[in-house]
Design a binder for this molecule. Structure first.
Ligand SMILES: *[C@@H]1O[C@H](CO)[C@@H](O)[C@H](O)[C@H]1NC(C)=O
Ligand SMILES: *[C@@H]1O[C@H](CO)[C@@H](O)[C@H](O)[C@H]1NC(C)=O
Length: 346
């Protein structure tokens, strides 16, 4: 008891000492401040500058340290659901003539160098989209604008590759797609490839851009043909094959210069392997074809029937295993990878 009161007394005296000390130092500080206003201002601005600098550094540090911990989170992400809850079905497409690349980039911020992964779950499919291209910048823009949100609603891990044919030799869609496959595989072991024409925009996100046990043809209907299959056996426009299926048929032929025939050739290759072409339901596999005239440099291939007659004989030696080209540049833009190639001439 006695000790306790003694302590209390001491602490009360202690408090008083502290209070008096504080009072004195406040007075002393006031004196300095009024005497040296300039200095104070100077000190203040210096300290805010330091703060700003510190903040910047912290931001930087965060971006450095966030990366590894973010990939830890990635490893722990749960699998995306069997069916994406984000699908909306048929959507109204827009083709604004004033659209430019910056607009589309601003609408699609979640990509890195043409590649996307869902942020909240682990994608069940890794898909490379290959788009053969030359002189179709506007069509490419429309496609990118619609395809990115479409693929993201399907919760896919994907990348878009534009394979750009350099020079003015006749266009060769099939060979460009072989190049796309061979080049994309250097980036990542994509399990599934979508061979995609630049002028076809999918209308319904239930048309899943994933591969199956058998090769898939995704274009049943197009607005330009009244949404009917062009002809029985049509295997053009947009197709999906696994890495192995495409390898097994030795890819596309490299010898189809100009428009037409190369898609039928691929169908023959697929059939020779006793594979069967699958198609999604007609009400889902619908596309809008953006209007265009036949490009110069992509005239109808008059030799196509002749070539088609030789597929059975040729497929083993004409394809992925004989695809010669020179990669001129690989540019990784936010929305796609641009692979520019010299594929020679007919
Ligand atoms: C298909 O849709 C595109 C884009 O809206 C349009 O330019 C084209 O005229 C349409 N074609 C037909 C036959 O409806
Ligand atoms: C791809 O790159 C080539 C070479 O730089 C360029 O000429 C072409 O316009 C680019 N194409 C696209 C669609 O970005």
């Amino acid at each position: 008891m006695g000790l306790c009161t003694a302590l209390k007394k001491v602490s009360r005296r202690g408090k008083i000492v502290v209070l008096v000390g504080l009072l004195l130092s406040v007075l002393a500080w006031k004196a300095t401040v009024s005497g040296e206003t300039d200095k104070t201002v100077h000190v203040n601005s210096a300290s805010t500058q330091t703060l700003v600098r510190e903040e910047k550094l912290r931001e930087k540090l965060n971006t450095w340290t966030v990366a590894p911990s973010y990939s830890n989170i990635l490893a722990e992400k749960v699998d995306c659901p069997e069916e994406s809850p984000l699908l909306v079905g048929a959507s109204k497409l827009s083709f604004e003539s004033s659209l430019n690349l910056k607009d589309v980039e601003n609408e699609n911020k979640g990509l890195t160098k043409g590649e996307y992964e869902p942020s909240d779950c682990k994608a069940m499919h890794s898909v490379a989209i290959l788009i053969p291209h030359r002189n179709r910048e506007k069509h490419l823009l429309y496609l990118l604008q619609n395809l990115h949100p479409f693929l993201q609603r399907q919760q896919l891990h994907y990348a878009i590759y534009v394979i750009h044919q350099a020079g003015d030799a006749t266009f060769n869609r099939a060979k460009l797609l072989n190049v796309g496959y061979l080049e994309a595989i250097k980036d990542f072991s994509w399990e599934c490839f979508i061979f995609h024409d630049v002028d076809l925009v999918p209308e319904n996100d239930h048309n899943l851009y994933i591969c199956d046990q058998q090769p898939k043809h995704l274009v049943v209907g197009r607005n330009v043909t009244g949404y009917k299959l062009r002809y029985k056996g049509y295997f053009g426009g947009v197709t999906a094959m696994t890495k192995d299926q495409f390898f097994q048929v030795n890819g596309f032929s490299n010898n189809y210069w100009g428009w037409g025939g190369e898609d039928d050739d691929l169908r023959v290759r697929v059939e020779l392997q006793k594979m069967k072409i699958l198609r999604p339901p007609a009400d889902v596999a619908r596309y809008t074809m953006v209007f265009h005239k036949r490009d110069s440099g992509n005239q109808v291939n008059r030799n196509r029937m002749n070539l088609l007659g030789q597929t059975t004989k040729m497929w083993r030696t004409d394809g992925l295993n004989s695809c010669k080209y020179e990669t001129l540049s690989v540019a990784r833009y936010p929305l796609y990878v641009n692979i520019t190639v010299d594929i020679g001439r007919p």
